[in-house]
Design a protein around this ligand. Structure first.
Ligand code: DGL
Length: 234
């Protein structure tokens, strides 16, 4: 079964997810679609995001991908339900802020960082409703411009945004940070410098496990690939 795994994001963020998937599935081949032209998704309306993501999904379907990974929390929280309805014969895996992981690990006070669109989504509220216990606290901070600063490798801007976030939570005893945007996983080192000794959580390993599970379930695993990635940039 040598069809490829299709992965999309609004730029380089989803490469953090791709790397984790490649570790679990080294015999697959991949198409990675970096939609940098439309970055940031997180500051667009849900309708705009859906239109953009749908176009890339159709492109990956035309490329005969056997599964499509939305390596983007914004795309997943805003588009996944509708995509599954509109393309019932396509396998999708998405990524959402790792709020469940933080709650299951007994985090007392979790800080969730994500794009404005992800923070405001019904899916994020649902994740909190379903997982947060009474003795746990969750603080949500929406980070406009952070994903775009990462996309442009603008270290000074990244540092200023992180320092501003630190200022906003200075009275709180945060013990874990959920990186609710795949771009943020690329700056773990910078985040740890500003928030030392705080656990950083992302959904990348969970996504990789789910991709593997879906391919096994549908008998779609490849035995002959060698983790070749075809990169496409808009
Ligand atoms: N990497 C994306 C995410 O996980 C979004 C970045 C953007 O705003 O485009 O949410």
């Amino acid at each position: 079964m040598n069809q490829k795994i299709g992965i999309l994001d609004s730029g380089i963020g989803g490469t953090s997810t791709l790397e984790e998937i490649k570790k679990l599935l080294p015999k697959e081949n991949y198409i990675y679609y970096a939609d940098s032209k439309n970055n940031p998704y997180g500051e667009k309306t849900p309708q705009e995001i859906y239109k953009i993501v749908k176009n890339i999904v159709e492109f990956l379907i035309d490329k005969n991908c056997k599964i499509i990974v939305l390596a983007c929390n914004t795309a997943t929280t805003r588009c996944m339900k509708k995509l599954k309805e509109e393309y019932p014969n396509t396998l999708f895996v998405g990524t959402v802020p790792a709020i469940k992981v933080a709650c299951d690990h007994n985090s007392k006070h979790t800080l969730v960082l994500a794009t404005p669109s992800t923070i405001d989504s019904e899916r994020t509220s649902e994740l909190i409703r379903d997982n947060k216990r009474n003795n746990q606290e969750i603080t949500l901070i929406s980070c406009p411009t952070l994903a775009n600063a990462i996309e442009r490798h603008s270290l000074k801007e990244i540092e200023d945004i992180l320092l501003d976030i630190k200022e906003q939570v200075k009275e709180k005893e945060i013990d874990s940070i959920v990186l609710g945007c795949t771009h943020y996983s690329l700056i773990k080192e910078e985040i740890s410098k500003i928030f030392p000794n705080i656990k950083l959580l992302d959904g990348n390993y969970g996504v990789a496990k789910e991709v593997k599970h879906q391919l096994e379930l549908h008998n779609l695993l490849n035995e002959e690939g060698n983790a070749l990635v075809e990169y496409i940039k808009s």
